[in-house]
Design a protein around this ligand. Sequence first.
Ligand code: SAM
Ligand code: DTB
Ligand code: SF4
Length: 326
Amino acid sequence: MNEISVDSELNELRSNWTASEIEGILSSPLIDLIYRAQTIHRKYHPGGKVQLSSLLSIKTGGCKEDCKYCSQSAFHAKKTGLKFEPLMDVDLVLEKAREAKDAGASRFCMGAAWREIKEGKDFDAVLDMIRGVKKLEMDACVTLGMVNSDQAARLADAGLDYYNHNLDTSPEFYSEVITTRSYEDRLDTLSEVREAGISVCSGGIVGMGESLHDRARMLQILANMSPHPQSVPINALVPIEGTPLGHLEPVDPMEIVRMIATARIVLPTSDVRLSAGRHNMSREVQMFCLMAGANSIFYGERLLTTGNTQTNADMQLITDAGLSVE
Ligand code: SAM
Ligand code: DTB
Ligand code: SF4
């Protein structure tokens, strides 16, 4: 344990982090790391609220990208055996959104396995889905791959609150995981979304074989954006059979705790979401993540193509931690 003072950083939102500073935080003694994260968390997110986002895969599989972790890439389809499903009907999606709202979620996130948005009836249908979710008085979030400025403007007009587009990892490790698009492509889409006035949701994955330095670099790039992304999902890799990363052991959950605490320190005002991989974590580890500064989770029994924790277990977790639902 070290003597630490968080006073100076409590009043400061920085966009000039170095990777080595962040790596230092990631690897600091756990007890100090948690203290620092918890202090910042309490200042910027008083009230102990946990935001609940529900996910729905509105178009599944057949994606033209080769992301090594993903069950939905057409490159791995033969081995994963995932069934391709075209875009769902708007009414059915809105029925699922209503169910999510009734179960307690405040945000509905719709994911499509597209490389990029293409103009046409499918995009028009997604715009209708966004309008429908807004009518239910929920936050609307979509993740649809790359977007250009016109498309971002149309999403904003439909009332979209958040666009999810993850950096996934560091620029240096990126080509080990994805070769069909560049890191720049990712950053460009995030700028288009930001310029259109939509809140940015961007984070990444821990447990793909990346180094501590790679994790620090990803957080550095997110934390040096101005403004900071409003929402930052931290996913633990879900190793999916048939994908090139399917053989990896689930990452040590304490690595996720460290990543969340560090994200909280460098991104004080952002929502930090404990995302995929929770069903491989004990209740105690998840509670540790909440203590380390996570203030959001994916809520509902499914993520996109894999399972998630049970909703009643999540409600119990939040209550037992002495927190409440936002
Ligand atoms: N195609 C869009 C895209 O890539 O932005 C949207 C859907 S994609 C499935 C959304 C994010 O889910 C990915 O960027 C990745 O961070 C996360 N993800 C996908 N498969 C995962 C897995 N097996 N384990 C953990 N996170 C995963
Ligand atoms: C994010 O960061 N995680 C979500 C969401 N954004 C779209 C997706 C997790 C997917 C986990 C694997 C699956 O269910 O296919
Ligand atoms: Fe496609 Fe997104 Fe999966 Fe990559 S992560 S293969 S872009 S659905």
